[in-house]
Ligand binder design. Structure first.
Ligand SMILES: Nc1ncnc2c1ncn2[C@@H]1O[C@H](COP(=O)(O)OP(=O)(O)OP(=O)(O)O)[C@@H](O)[C@H]1O
Length: 266
């Protein structure tokens, strides 16, 4: 983990509408450099939308997004930001090596990058295999390998560990931390709460808002919860207005003689 005073990403007052929905409504946050930052929250809370805004492919309705000191999506960032979407974005009718050789040429990265990316994602045994014959997990690792070409300064990975077995997940988190140790900044989304403790820092998101922006240790200490899932629920009760309202309504429905001692301590 490398600390730096300049954030990798700096977001102020970000508003995004998708269709008729306001998905992000005034989001402000910084993502530090050289750390593995987890973006966690339930399905539909806006994780992908936030990532799209950071890589500069999302139309925004207001606010600013700066990446590595430049406006998100600007041309100097083209080779400095790697993005892996949830859908594998590699060619089925090419082998792993052919895919990476193609993307390397597009990016203008060095030839040695192909071998390095294959080794980092543990795809050596599959290098000569057509992507159409790979398993889902192997295929998503090819997308990740493609994102590693050219050694980007910021990697934005949308649910990279979905569908992977526990051993592969552990290997990938090991790779993420090695990349962070060498100075890469990583933003990794997941809706699997038990991945929270693998991150240097966490952004917990709910309905387009950031509920928490802290280290896993701080989150557990602050909430007194045993794990990230419980911490998330505790934060929801404390901080999320809609749930606070629902709790209050439930209490009112319970009647005037309810004992509120426990509720007050939350
Ligand atoms: N193209 C679109 N048009 C309209 N609404 C959209 C569009 N894409 C996403 N949304 C809505 O925006 C909200 C946030 O979606 P987003 O994909 O950012 O969530 P997410 O947290 O990444 O979810 P998941 O974990 O399921 O990928 C959701 O309510 C979704 O229905």
């Amino acid at each position: 983990m490398v600390n730096s005073p300049d954030p990798a990403v700096s977001i102020a007052g970000l508003r995004v509408r998708r269709g008729r929905t306001t998905v992000l409504d005034g989001l402000t946050l910084d993502i530090p450099r050289g750390q593995v930052v987890g973006l966690l929250g339930p399905s539909g809370c806006g994780k992908t939308t936030l990532m799209r805004a950071i890589v500069g492919v999302q139309r925004i309705a207001g606010g600013t997004v700066e990446v590595l000191g430049q406006p998100a999506g600007s041309s100097p960032l083209r080779h400095r930001v790697g993005y892996v979407t949830q859908a594998a974005s590699v060619y089925d009718d090419l082998t792993v090596t052919q895919n990476l050789a193609y993307f390397r040429r597009v990016l203008g990265a060095g030839k040695e990058d192909v071998e390095r990316a294959i080794a980092a994602t543990d795809l050596g045994a599959n290098a000569g295999q057509l992507v159409s014959t790979l398993s889902g997990g192997q295929r998503s690792r090819v997308s990740l390998a493609a994102a590693l070409l050219g050694s980007p300064d910021l990697l934005v990975l949308d649910e990279p560990t979905v569908g992977l077995d526990p051993l592969l997940r552990a290997d990938l988190w090991g790779l993420f931390h090695r990349l962070a140790d060498s100075g890469t900044s990583l933003l990794i989304s997941s809706h699997v709460m038990d991945e929270a403790t693998r991150c240097d820092r966490l952004l917990l998101m709910r309905e387009g808002r950031i509920l928490a922006d802290q280290t896993p240790e701080e989150l557990l200490a602050e909430t007194g919860a045993a794990d990230a899932e419980d911490a998330f629920l505790a934060l929801l009760r404390r901080r999320h207005p809609r749930h606070a309202l629902e709790d209050a309504e439930a209490e009112r429905a319970d009647g005037a003689d309810t004992d509120h001692t426990e509720e007050a301590g939350r």
